[in-house]
Design a binder for this molecule. Structure first.
Ligand code: NDP
Length: 307
C-alpha cells in the first residue's frame, strides 16, 4: 500500500488565514474593521488558553477583538444583558461565548440570545436550521474546517460513504450535515450503535469525534479510507504513551517535560491503513481558529459589507 498523505492542518490553516487577512484589508480600506467579542466566564485554564489564542489570531489578521471576563458567579441574566449589549454594537460582527459555562448558567438560553448574524460559532438554532436546509449561514468552525481541508486537498466527498462517529451538536451532527450537503452517503454512529466496526469498515471517509484516546483501531478502517481525527485527548500515563507511540522519542521527550501528550480518537497505528489522515496534534485542531476568523469576516461582509 502506498504511503498515506498527511493532511497538515497547520498548513491549511495558514492558507485560510492568509485569505482572511486579505479580506480584512479590503474591508478596512472601506472603513470596516471586522470585530469579534469573546465572553470568557471564570477561570478555566483550558478555556483561557483557547480564548487567548483566538484573540492573538484576531490581532495577527487585523480583526478587532474584545474580551469580556465576568467572574464565575455571574448570573444568566447578567450574561444575557452582556450579549444584548454586543448585539446592539455595530462594530462587533461576531460574538463567541467560550464553553463550557458554569453549571448554574443557562447555556442554551444564552446561545439563543446571540443575534444569528453574529453567531460565529454557528450554534444558534437559526444557523443550525440554515445548515440543515442547505442555505448559506454561519457554520460550526470545527466541521467547517474539516470540509475546507478535504476541498483544499482535492479529496472528493460526493458519492463517498462517510461515517461520522459522534453526534454532538458542536461536531458530530453538523459534520454529518455538511458531508450530506456535499453529497456523501452519511452514517452517524454513537455510543448506542451496535457493531460499530461493521459501519466504520465501509467508510471511504471516517470522521472520529468521540473523545476517547485511540478508540478507532486499524482493524476498524477500510484500506485506503480518508481518516479525519477530531479527538483531542490528553494522556498522562507512561504506559499509554508507549502503547500509542511506540519508539517515538519526540513524544517521550514531550511527556517527560510536560507530564502529558495529546492523542486523537484514532490509534496512530491505524493511519498506515488509510490513504490520507489528519494527525493529532496539527490536524483538525489547527483549523478551528482559522475558521472562526473566516466566520467573523464573513459575518462582517454579510451584515455590514453590502456596498
Ligand atoms: P461529546 O462528548 O459532546 O460527544 C462525543 C460523542 O461520541 C457522543 O455522540 C457519544 O455518543 C459518542 N461516543 C462516546 N463513546 C462512544 C463509543 N464508545 N462508541 C461510539 N460513540 C461514542 O464530544 P464533542 O463532540 O464535543 O468532541 C469530541 C472530540 O472532539 C473530543 O475529543 C473533543 O476534545 C474534540 N474536539 C476537538 C475540536 C477541535 O478543534 N479539533 C473541537 C471540538 C471538540 P452519545 O451521543 O451516544 O453519548
Amino acid at each position: 500500500m502506498s504511503t498515506p498523505m498527511i493532511l497538515d492542518g497547520i498548513a491549511v490553516a495558514a492558507e485560510i488565514k492568509a485569505e482572511v487577512a486579505g479580506k480584512v484589508n479590503t474591508l478596512v480600506e472601506r472603513g470596516l474593521r471586522p470585530g469579534l467579542a469573546v465572553i470568557l466566564v471564570g477561570s478555566v485554564a483550558a478555556s483561557e488558553i483557547y480564548v487567548r489564542s483566538k484573540v492573538k489570531t484576531c490581532g495577527e489578521l487585523g480583526i478587532f477583538s474584545e474580551m469580556l471576563t465576568p467572574p464565575e458567579s455571574v448570573t444568566t441574566e447578567e450574561l444575557l444583558a452582556m450579549v444584548e449589549g454586543l448585539n446592539a454594537r455595530d462594530e462587533i460582527d461576531g460574538i463567541l461565548i467560550q464553553l463550557p459555562l458554569p453549571a448554574h448558567v443557562d447555556t442554551k438560553r444564552l446561545l439563543e440570545a446571540i443575534a444569528p448574524e453574529k453567531d460565529v460559532d454557528g450554534f444558534h438554532p437559526v444557523n443550525v436550521g440554515r445548515l440543515q436546509s442547505g442555505q448559506p449561514g454561519l457554520q460550526p468552525c470545527t466541521p467547517a474546517g474539516v470540509m475546507e481541508m478535504l476541498k483544499r486537498r482535492n479529496l472528493p466527498v460526493a458519492g463517498k460513504n462517510a461515517v461520522v462517529i459522534g453526534r454532538s451538536d458542536i461536531v458530530g451532527k453538523p459534520m454529518a450535515m455538511l458531508l450530506l450537503n456535499a453529497s456523501a452517503t452519511v452514517t452517524v454512529c454513537h455510543s448506542r450503535t451496535v457493531d460499530l466496526p461493521r459501519y466504520t469498515r465501509e467508510a471511504d471517509i471516517l470522521v472520529a469525534a468521540i473523545g476517547r484516546p485511540g478508540f478507532v483501531t486499524a482493524d476498524m478502517v477500510k484500506p485506503g479510507a480518508v481518516l479525519v481525527d477530531v479527538g483531542i485527548n490528553r494522556i498522562t500515563n507512561a504506559a499509554e504513551v508507549a502503547k500509542f507511540f511506540p519508539g517515538d522519542a519526540a513524544r517521550e521527550a514531550t511527556f517527560a517535560k510536560r507530564g502529558s501528550v495529546v492523542v486523537g480518537d484514532v490509534d496512530p497505528a491505524a493511519f498506515a491503513v488509510s490513504s490520507a489522515y489528519t494527525p493529532v496534534p496539527g490536524g483538525v485542531g489547527a483549523l478551528t481558529i482559522a475558521m472562526l476568523m473566516s466566520n467573523t469576516v464573513r459575518a462582517c461582509e454579510l451584515r455590514r459589507g453590502k456596498a
